[in-house]
Design a protein around this ligand. Structure first.
Ligand code: ATP
Length: 381
C-alpha cells in the first residue's frame, strides 16, 4: 500500500532492518528554472537530513537542452538511473521552442515517458494555503484551503502522445484511453489517502470528489461507473461528484469543501494549475508521482523560461516536493527519521514564509531563490 504525503505525526527515529545503507537519489535538473529549483530543494533536503543518513545524489540529463545537444531528450542511461534509484528528484523539463517535427515539445518526453516506464500512476498534488502567502481568494484563510488532487498519470488523453493521427493538413485526432485497472487503482489510492486525512476544512468530512465529464463522453461515464464501484468499498468516505467545467468554478468559490479530488490525467493537469493559482501560484505547488515500485518528485510547474537564470524562481514547490520524497522514502523503508525530516521541512518552510524571509516576488515578497533557501535552512537549524 502506498503511503500518504501529508501525515502530521512526528515520530522518533528507530533503527530498522528495512533501511538501505544509503539512499541513492537520481537528480535531473532539466531546463529553464529546473536546475535552480532542483538544487534549492536538494540543499534543503540535505540540511534537513544532516549526517544521520547518507543520501547519494547522482546528476543525469534529460529535456530540451539535452535534445538540442544530443538529439535525444531522454537518454537510456538516465532511464536506467531512474529505474535503479530509491527516488528521483526533478526540476522541470521542456522549452517552448524546442520541438519535434510533429510540433510537440521534445523536452516533455522525460516526464511523459518516465511515468509509463516506471508505472507512476498516481500524481499526487497537495493544494494547501500556507500562512504568510496571500491567496488570490483573499476571503479564505490559511488552513481553509487544504486538499489533494490525485491525477491519474499513465492514461487518459495523454496516452495518445505520439500516437495521434494527422491526415494531411486537414484533420487531427488524439484518443482518450480509460481502463478499468487505471481507474480502480487511482480511485483506491484517493480513497486510502482520504482515510489518512482530517477531511475537508469546511466540515471535517472525509470526502473523495470524482471529477469527470460523464454527461458528455462515454469514456468519462465509464470512469465514473468504475469509480463508484471502488468507492462502494469505502462507506466511511463521502463520495462527491463534479463535472470538470463546474469544478473550475467550485475551486474558486468553495475550495474549503474539498478533501481529496480524483480525475483523469488531462483534467487533473488543468485543475492542478488552477488549484496552484489559489494558494499562491505555481511556485507553491508540490507534486509526487508514485507507482508501486518507484517515486518521482517534481513541482507541478514547468520550466518558466521567462524567469530562468535570474535567480528569482520560487523554489518552495520543489522544496515541498523534496519533503514528499523524504516522507515517501521513510514509509517505504520503515525509516521514521525521514518522515520527521519531511515534517521539519514543512514547518521550516511555513515559518520562513510567515516571517517573509522566504517570500519570493511571485508570492508578494522580495526574496531571491538563494534567500529563500537560506531562510528555510536557518529555520530548520
Ligand atoms: P508546463 O506545461 O511545462 O507545465 P507551463 O506552460 O504550465 O509549463 P510554467 O513554466 O509552469 O508554464 O510557467 C507558468 C507561469 O508561472 C510563468 O509565468 C512562470 O514564470 C510562472 N512560474 C512557474 N513556476 C514558477 C516558480 N517556481 N517561481 C515563480 N514563478 C513561476
Amino acid at each position: 500500500m502506498l503511503k500518504t504525503l501529508e501525515l502530521d505525526t512526528a515520530m522518533t527515529p528507530t533503527e530498522t532492518a528495512n533501511r538501505p545503507p544509503a539512499y541513492n537519489l537520481t537528480i535531473v535538473g532539466g531546463d529553464g528554472i529546473g536546475p535552480e529549483v532542483c538544487q534549492a530543494a536538494l540543499d534543503v533536503v540535505k540540511a534537513a537530513v544532516g549526517s544521520a543518513r547518507t543520501l547519494t545524489c547522482s546528476d543525469f540529463e534529460a529535456g530540451a537542452d539535452c535534445y538540442t545537444r544530443t538529439g535525444i531528450a531522454f537518454p537510456k542511461e538516465t532511464l536506467e538511473a531512474c529505474r535503479s534509484a530509491h527516488a528521483i528528484l526533478h526540476g522541470a523539463a521542456g522549452l517552448p521552442g524546442v520541438l519535434y517535427a510533429d510540433g510537440t515539445e521534445a523536452g516533455q518526453d522525460f516526464t511523459l515517458q518516465l511515468r509509463n516506464e516506471l508505472d507512476l500512476y498516481a500524481n499526487v498534488r497537495p493544494i494547501k494555503l500556507y500562512a504568510g502567502v496571500t491567496s488570490a481568494l483573499r476571503r479564505f484563510e490559511p488552513g481553509s484551503i487544504d486538499y489533494v488532487i490525485v491525477r491519474e498519470n499513465t492514461e487518459g488523453l495523454y496516452a495518445s502522445r505520439g500516437g495521434g493521427v494527422v491526415l494531411g493538413d486537414e484533420v487531427a485526432t488524439d484518443l482518450m484511453v480509460i481502463t478499468r485497472k487505471g481507474v480502480e487503482r487511482i480511485v483506491r489510492y484517493a480513497a486510502e489517502l482520504a482515510r489518512t486525512r482530517n477531511g475537508a476544512p469546511s466540515d471535517g468530512v472525509k470526502r473523495v470528489t470524482i471529477v469527470d465529464k460523464s454527461n458528455v463522453l462515454r469514456s468519462f461515464a465509464f470512469f465514473r461507473k468504475v469509480a463508484d464501484e471502488v468507492m462502494a468499498d469505502y462507506p466511511d468516505i463521502e463520495t462527491d461528484y463534479a463535472l470538470t467545467d463546474a469544478m473550475s468554478v467550485y475551486m474558486i468559490e468553495r475550495p474549503d469543501t474539498f478533501d481529496v479530488v480524483v480525475s483523469e490525467n488531462f483534467v487533473g493537469d488543468l485543475l492542478s494549475d488552477l488549484g496552484a493559482a489559489t494558494v499562491g501560484g505555481m511556485g507553491m505547488s508540490a507534486a509526487a508521482e508514485l507507482g508501486d515500485g518507484h517515486g518521482y518528485f517534481q513541482a507541478s510547474h514547468g520550466t518558466a523560461p521567462d524567469i530562468a537564470g535570474k535567480g528569482i524562481a520560487n523554489p518552495v514547490a520543489t522544496i515541498l516536493s523534496g519533503a514528499c520524497m523524504l516522507e515517501w522514502l521513510g514509509h517505504r523503508h520503515d525509516d521514521d527519521y525521514l518522515i520527521t525530516c519531511a515534517e521539519n521541512i514543512r514547518r521550516a518552510t511555513s515559518a520562513a514564509l510567515i516571517s517573509g524571509a522566504a517570500r519570493t516576488r511571485d508570492v508578494g515578497g522580495e526574496a531571491r531563490t538563494a534567500d529563500c533557501v537560506e531562510a528555510i535552512c536557518k529555520a530548520l537549524a
